[in-house]
Ligand binder design. Structure first.
Ligand code: HEM
Length: 544
């Protein structure tokens, strides 16, 4: 089987699913990967048999001792087993309704700046690259609403060091040369060897990647230190975690951590962000008091910084992509823009226009069903994460008990099984597995499968209006994943997406910049699915 053009993995998987069926196996090096495009099986694995498939396999980002692997691997996205569950339960309350309502004003603040740039484009008549603007905006949203700090990504534009550093993590191979990334994924036991080899052969690229990560790390630690400082000054208990984050990491015994803490990039980011004190409502302030329900203890400094680093990465690229695709589709469908706005003459209940020109609040989201439906339908056609890989739990290797909230407690490893067998029910995956088998959920293909979607290539937001949404196969649409490991920030993303779309259409009409978009959208899939040439639109004020 040929993977096809580099970076078009989503297309190759769709082609293979058509050729080999909804369950097939391929090898990456010596490692088998079972690709699933069957919605019943997806649900069984992600929901019913989650206990056997709870860990994720992300493209290897391990950089060797000189970098911050320990820090990165402690992030919820990469975390495994019991450690993951403890962190997950500590993070869930950050995204409950009361917390979400408190983020809305700060989201509005970042959206205001975006609207200012769109207004300028409406006046000049020039096309604008909205995908770039939205990247900076969602970085600012994470900054203000999650951390209570102004990152200033929109002010500095795409030249912002923070945006650049975060973006580098989403380059097709996570800042590694192609060959090194593939080898790290296929033969992870030799990751450090691949790293050293890459450093020898591509020193400039690797050093830049290391510097970017240290910058993000510096920013995360500064945010935590600021939150602690503020809590101490306010006379509150600062969490009893001992020394400030940097010291905590220095004493963690990680050689890589020591090197990174002393790096120029770390110090630069630390200085930039330490001056800003996040308010008590921010994610960082909530995390410093959060409790790991598995251990009953508060999170350590390392745990907290790792989550901050993860939220920065997981929350900004995905949301900006989802919004970019929504605008790309809506710009080609004035009829759906009108339906979102309910401009005079349109039928049905008023939507955005009923809210006037005011800033929107969390409670307004319930009044914007069509706007939300358009956002959801965009993620069907262009899921920001086009496939997901779960690890199959090996028997005899690292089996752990997971006490899932509301679920049963059981061992992931079957004691009776031999050390090299895999605990995987034969009836579930008939192809069989060997050690370290992976299961890939083929999101892109399922979202466009004509067996589950009528006219799948068409943009029809009404599919996601409450009446229709219930009729979809629950395993055929999962842009945020499914089951207990589903995206922890999904409500946050929906809130940001719907608020942003509604506020844009309060003021503007959008059209595709036809000179830039002459054919189908060019897409590249790596960690995320991105349009490398950007999304270009023309903006018109609604009064015009
Ligand atoms: C449209 C926007 C977004 C999309 C499409 C998206 C998609 C996803 C997907 C597919 C996963 C993997 C689920 C799995 O492994 O089964 C995930 C995980 C995650 N996402 Fe999102 N996400 C978005 C926004 C956000 C935001 C705004 C945040 C944080 C503020 C966030 C934080 C996370 C975290 C921390 C995880 C790891 C959860 C875990 O492993 O328990 N995401 N996301």
């Amino acid at each position: 089987m040929q993977m096809g053009p580099q970076g078009k993995i989503h297309e190759a998987l769709q082609k293979w699913a058509a050729e080999y069926g909804s369950v097939f196996k391929y090898f990456l090096g010596r490692r088998p990967c079972i690709v699933i495009t069957d919605p019943d099986l997806v649900r069984q694995i992600c929901v019913k048999r989650f206990i056997d498939y709870h860990d994720r396999s992300l493209p290897a980002l391990e950089m060797g001792a000189a970098c911050d692997n320990h820090f990165q691997n402690s992030g919820i996205l990469f975390a495994r087993g019991k450690y993951w569950l403890g962190i997950r339960t500590a993070c869930e309350p950050l995204f409950h309704s009361a917390a979400l309502a408190s983020y809305a004003p700060m989201m509005n603040q970042a959206i205001d700046e975006l609207l200012g740039k769109m207004q300028a484009a409406a006046v000049s008549g020039e096309g604008i690259c909205v995908s770039e603007l939205l990247k900076a905006m969602s970085m600012d949203v994470i900054g203000t609403s999650a951390f209570g700090v102004e990152f200033g990504a929109q002010k500095e534009g795409s030249g912002s060091t923070l945006v650049k550093a975060a973006e580098a993590m989403f380059t097709p191979m996570g800042g590694l040369p192609f060959w090194a990334a593939i080898l790290s994924f296929a033969v992870p036991d030799l990751r450090r060897v691949w790293y050293r080899l890459a450093l020898l052969l591509n020193p400039k690229m690797i050093n830049q990647t290391v510097a970017d990560r240290r910058y993000l790390w510096g920013a995360s630690q500064a945010l935590l230190d600021s939150a602690r400082k503020q809590a101490t000054e306010a006379g509150a208990t600062a969490g009893g975690q001992g020394p400030a984050a940097a010291n905590g990491l220095r004493s963690s015994g990680e050689e890589g951590a020591k090197v990174a803490v002393e790096s120029v990039a770390f110090q630069q980011a630390y200085k930039t962000y330490v001056a800003q004190v996040p308010p008590e409502t921010s994610v960082v302030s909530r995390l410093k008091d959060a409790v790991n329900k598995q251990t009953g203890k508060q999170l350590s400094d390392l745990d907290i910084c790792a989550q901050l680093f993860t939220f920065l990465l997981a929350g900004y690229e995905t949301t900006s992509l989802a919004l970019s695709y929504a605008l790309y589709l809506l710009a080609q469908h004035p009829e759906h823009q009108r339906r979102i706005q309910q401009a005079s003459g349109a039928r049905g209940p008023a939507e955005v226009d009923a809210l006037g020109q005011r800033e929107l609040v969390y409670e307004d989201l319930a009044k914007l069903p069509y706007t939300e439906a358009a956002f959801q339908e965009s993620m069907r056609l262009y899921p920001p994460v086009s496939s997901l890989i779960a690890l199959v739990r090996e028997a005899g290797h690292g089996g752990v008990d997971l006490d899932l909230t509301g679920g049963s407690r059981r061992s992931l490893a079957t004691p009776a099984a031999g050390p090299t067998s895999v605990f995987i029910p034969g009836e579930l995956l008939p192809l069989g597995c060997s050690d370290n088998c992976r299961v890939m959920f083929n999101i892109w293909t399922l979202h466009r499968d004509p067996r589950y979607w009528e006219a799948p290539e068409e943009f029809r937001p009404a599919r996601f209006l409450p009446d229709e949404a219930a009729s979809h196969h629950p395993g055929a649409y999962f842009p945020f994943g499914l089951g207990p490991r589903r995206c922890v920030g999904w409500r946050f993303a929906l809130e940001e997406g719907v608020l942003c779309l509604a506020r844009i259409f309060q003021r503007f009409e959008l059209r595709l910049d036809a000179e830039r978009h002459t054919g189908p959208l060019d897409l590249r899939s790596s960690v995320t699915l991105a349009p490398p040439k950007g999304i270009w639109l023309k903006v018109h004020g609604r009064e015009a």
